[in-house]
Design a protein around this ligand. Structure first.
Ligand code: ZN
Ligand code: ZN
Length: 456
């Protein structure tokens, strides 16, 4: 019996699932995985990638990305962001609605979708946002394929902040859509008060940002969001949790049966507020950096399941916007390209989490939560041929000239990280290899939300 010939075979690797690691490879044809097996059982292929004994992960799914397109021509666009994604092992990213115009209407949603389809080299999905004056739009955005909605409890530059009443109303409509709402949980009143005080005191050091946005602002807002979600019965996702002190609100609600979860980001798993002065503008993101105990506590929570997802919260701006005085800096870290490396280095290589747990929090759970599973997030027959091959031993100093951002800064500048993605494959095509980009703009596809219905 002659073997079938497929488009691509990746062989000689160690395949990592959320519960197992085994030697073998993956066959991909017409963009889909057709076989996962020992090398001797793999079919012939037009192209063969030798993984050289390295680990083969499902393509990383980054659910929290701000591409900055459309609306900010001076910042990164879909081509820049997706190239950085590919180099960083991210095969699908989900773009937040904080654009101009904001993604509060189907029109804005579809315009952004077209822009990304034209320019992205990896697959993508899109978030929507509530407009307090037109909450019914949420249902239309859900029909258009939005993976979820993003709400701000403080006012953001682009989106209106949701006061407690509006938050409750929004959550009730969100419940009808069956999607998650993700919430930036910080109390704006506390922040406004302390920011004013510190400005008046003449503080200009970067560390002042941590004092202006104390933990209590995050704890209060998290508890309020959880309370409102319990009342409305909707699914709630707390983004970028910076301290394990906020976790009990989420974890206790889950014990009571509510679908309430939390994510954290690489910068909260790496830096402390002592780093603020050294990092300058590059280290300003909201919420701000916390203490050493918070970093260690967050790792523990990633390991034991209290935190469900790690995302990058990649949010680039220009160097000029970062080099301003502390109070005028545009917040947000670059991170989509370094995220996997930070977690491999600080998590897996330091023995804090297993590779299996990494696959859970960076591929499988993100895909499940936001409606792209099992098409994404898992290595199994029928899923998209998205793979990220990682070399766990490769050690390299991070420098901005080797990264693919238009924004020429990274908080990880000068740090040596151990472990890196070496090949990124999207639907059977190599989009990045050894730091070089092979994907073409326009290859990336829009992945709409699809409810997971187990077949057999
Ligand atoms: Zn945020
Ligand atoms: Zn964000």
């Amino acid at each position: 019996m002659s073997k079938q010939t497929v488009d691509l075979v990746v062989k000689n690797g160690k395949i990592v699932t959320s519960y197992d690691i085994f030697e073998g490879g993956v066959a991909i044809d017409e963009g889909k995985i057709v076989l996962v097996a020992k090398d001797s059982l793999l079919p012939n292929a037009d192209n063969v990638v030798d993984a050289k004994g390295n680990f083969i992960l499902p393509g990383i799914v980054d659910v929290h990305v701000h591409v900055q397109d459309p609306g900010f021509p001076q910042r990164d666009d879909f081509e820049w962001a997706s190239k950085a994604a590919a180099a960083g092992g991210v095969t699908t990213f989900m773009d937040m609605p904080t654009n101009v115009p904001p993604t509060t209407t189907v029109k804005a949603f579809n315009e952004k979708k077209e822009l990304a389809e034209k320019n992205s080299i990896v697959d993508f999905a899109l978030w929507g946002a509530p407009d307090p004056d037109n909450l019914e739009n949420l249902k239309k955005l859900a029909e258009a394929g939005a993976v979820g909605f993003k709400g701000f409890m403080t006012k953001s530059v682009i989106l209106k902040g949701l006061d407690t009443g509006t938050l409750l109303e929004t959550f009730k409509v969100v419940k009808e859509t069956g999607r998650f709402i993700s919430v930036h949980a910080e109390n704006g009143e506390i922040i406004a008060l302390y920011t004013e005080k510190l400005k008046k005191a003449g503080r200009k050091d970067y560390k002042a940002i941590a004092e202006a946005r104390p933990k209590i602002a995050e704890l209060e807002a998290t508890s309020r969001a959880v309370l409102m979600a319990k009342e409305a019965g909707n699914k709630l996702y707390i983004v970028h949790m910076s301290t394990p002190d906020a976790l009990p609100f989420v974890v206790n609600a889950r014990k009571e049966g509510y679908e309430i979860y939390a994510e954290t980001c690489p910068h909260y798993l790496f830096f402390t507020k002592e780093d603020h002065d050294k990092l300058g503008g590059a280290g300003i993101m909201f919420p701000p950096l916390r203490d050493k105990e918070d970093v260690l506590g967050l790792w523990e929570a990633v390991r034991d399941g209290r935190i469900s997802v790690i995302s990058s919260d990649h949010s680039p701006c220009t160097l000029e916007e970062k080099n301003r005085e502390v109070w005028d800096v545009i917040a947000g870290a670059t991170g989509i390209e370094t995220m996997l490396r930070v977690i491999l280095s600080e998590g897996v290589n330091k023995g804090r989490i297993t590779l299996n747990r990494l696959v859970q929090v960076m591929a499988e759970t993100p895909a499940r939560f936001f409606g792209v599973y099992p098409r994404k997030g898992v290595i199994q027959v029928g899923s998209d041929g998205d793979l990220t091959i990682v070399d766990l031993k490769a050690e390299e100093k991070i420098t901005i000239d080797k990264l693919h951002y238009k924004a020429k800064y990274t908080p990880f500048e000068g740090y040596t990280l151990k472990g890196k993605p070496i090949v990124t494959i999207v639907r059977g095509e190599i989009v990045a290899k050894d730091g070089e980009i092979y994907g073409k703009p326009g290859y990336g596809r829009f992945i709409p939300y699809q409810e997971y219905k187990p077949s057999v």
